[in-house]
Design a protein around this ligand. Structure first.
Ligand code: NAD
Length: 495
């Protein structure tokens, strides 16, 4: 047996005969294998979605919201089960997996209010006895391609909104942790979603390329690393599709001298090492505006000493990395940082984990005196490595954030409201925290970064999500009355 696809409201096995390994990161064993779809498999899934889309677009808002409310209840009741599946394949600790499910639930709840979000405008008498009004209509079949680090939350950023707007969805989850997507598909079907409206196709680049090129797929929502996001955006827009491609990040947290240093140290540890740093909103650079660096580094190191790294099912603070290859890559950055002359304050390679010997372990790692030319600074490491950069002033700190090619999230820690206000105005980043280290917007706002962290125009969920998954129409209407008529070849204007 292997982990397969979900099409037409039921599990489906493809024809590719290609498979990927799915690990339990806390033990290092290959726990399962996942089918990797061929282009022919993708074709079959898209055809199913297309049949469903033609019917679903005419489902009333009442019918759509009834399904969404039922789906919300199922996910809420079974959130523990979903969290267990996430932990088993991703490795993040159970409490963190539960948090991911909670944030996904919030988007389902937002989508339950779709009748308000889809309301158009109406203007009476734009010209004499002529009215104008706007409609938003679904696109048809849309594709969602998601990364390994949030196997439930990231798909849920898009799917409830896309479905609520009347589209049919094909989800291509990460091949590293493919099972959460299947649970969501089963539960959506149980909630009454008609077959074919939400489908899952497992796979790798071959499946992604088939979706990007498929003429029936009208839009692509992608989340993953920047090189792949850029590629997806270029290829899918060249094929005439609407695309939002969210990429990688290097999030800076600026600490001003007047900040509460205990609060800042707690925040740096939580945001740097939560989910083993495998979050697109993780803090990976702490910019300490002098003279606070020494005091901050001491406080952070003290807190790291109290963290337990180990199996996510054992109540540990931090779990393993997702694969052995990724663990080795992150450890390589630790070596490179040392070689480049950064001060290694805490070395995560020395960690003694509470877990099996072959788990993909790397403990929290802290570097001080990192400079912008070092690879620990320039690259998205996506692991539990926090770099402290010392800045002489507020201006130097902001210049550093703005010079970075990424612009996903950032945070400032200060008790000076004026400085915080200036920061939110000046900083070239899409999501900003003020004394909040991971400023992930609520579902009714939109999630998205700037610069190399997002290719496309519209962000995920909230108002942008509704705009992304619909096309606008404006109707100008006149109902005839006895006074109509008259030939006039001039350009229509108000009268
Ligand atoms: P990834 O780019 O390797 O993979 C993302 C998806 O693309 C997966 O479904 C994968 O199968 C597919 N893919 C991988 N290589 C491909 C290729 N060459 N051609 C076509 N498809 C390909 O990303 P990942 O390692 O799964 O996830 C981690 C990355 O995602 C990090 O860079 C992280 O910052 C980013 N991320 C960003 C956000 C955001 O909101 N900006 C959120 C979560 C994760």
């Amino acid at each position: 047996m292997s982990i397969g696809h979900f099409v037409d409201g039921k599990p489906f096995s493809g024809t590719s005969q290609r498979y990927g390994d799915v690990h339990d990161p806390a033990t290092g064993v290959v726990a399962d294998r996942v089918e990797l779809a061929s282009a022919a498999d993708v074709d079959l899934v898209v055809a199913s979605a297309n049949r469903a889309a033609r019917r679903w677009r005419d489902a009333s808002l009442a019918k759509r919201t009834a399904v969404l409310f039922a789906f919300r209840e199922l996910v809420h009741a079974r959130r523990g089960r979903l969290a267990e599946v996430i932990t088993a394949e991703h490795g993040k600790v159970l409490a963190d997996a539960a948090g991911e499910v909670q944030r996904g639930l919030e988007v389902i709840e937002y989508a339950c209010g779709i009748p308000s979000a889809l309301r158009g405008g109406f203007s009476e008498n734009v010209s004499t006895e002529v009215d104008s009004y706007s409609l938003r209509q679904p696109l048809g079949v849309v594709a969602v391609i998601s990364p390994f680090n949030f196997p439930a939350m990231v798909p849920l950023w898009f799917i409830p909104v896309a479905v609520a707007c009347g589209n049919a969805v094909v989800l291509k989850p990460s091949e590293k942790d493919p099972s959460a997507a299947l649970l969501l598909a089963e539960w959506f079907a149980e909630a009454g979603l008609p077959e074919g409206v939400f489908n899952v196709v497992q796979g790798d680049k071959e499946a992604v390329d088939a979706l990007l090129d498929h003429p029936t797929v009208r839009a692509v929502s992608f989340v993953g690393s920047t090189p792949v996001a850029r590629y997806v955006h270029q290829r899918a827009t060249a094929a005439g599709k609407r695309v939002q491609a969210l990429g990688g990040a290097k999030n800076h947290m600026v600490v001003l001298p007047d900040a509460d240093l205990d609060l800042a140290a707690d925040a740096a540890v939580n945001a740097g090492f939560g989910s083993a740093g495998e979050r697109c909103m993780a803090i990976s650079v702490l910019v300490a505006v002098e003279p606070v660096a020494d005091a901050l580094v001491t406080r952070i190191a003290d807190r790291i000493a109290g963290l337990r790294t180990g199996d996510g099912r054992r109540g540990c603070d931090m779990g393993p990395l997702v694969t052995g290859a990724h663990r080795d890559r992150v450890a390589g950055y630790v070596e490179a940082g040392e070689r480049a002359g950064a001060t290694l304050v805490v070395d995560g390679r020395q960690v003694v984990p509470d877990g099996a010997a072959d788990g993909f372990w790397l403990g929290p790692t802290l570097f001080d005196r990192v400079t912008p030319d070092m690879s620990v600074y320039t690259d998205e490491i996506f692991g539990p490595v926090l770099s402290v950069v010392r800045a002489a002033s507020y201006d130097e700190a902001v210049a550093l954030v703005n010079a970075n090619p990424y612009g996903n999230g950032t945070a400032i820690f200060t008790n000076d409201g004026g400085a915080a206000r200036r920061f939110q105005h000046e900083v070239e980043v899409g999501m900003i925290g003020i004394n909040v280290p991971i400023p992930v917007p609520m579902a009714y706002y939109s999630f998205g970064g700037w610069k190399a962290s997002l290719f496309g125009d519209l962000h995920a969920h909230g108002e942008d999500g509704v705009r992304f998954f619909t096309r606008g129409k404006v109707v100008t209407s006149r109902w005839l009355d006895p006074r109509h008529g008259g030939v006039n070849l001039g350009f229509p204007t108000q009268s």
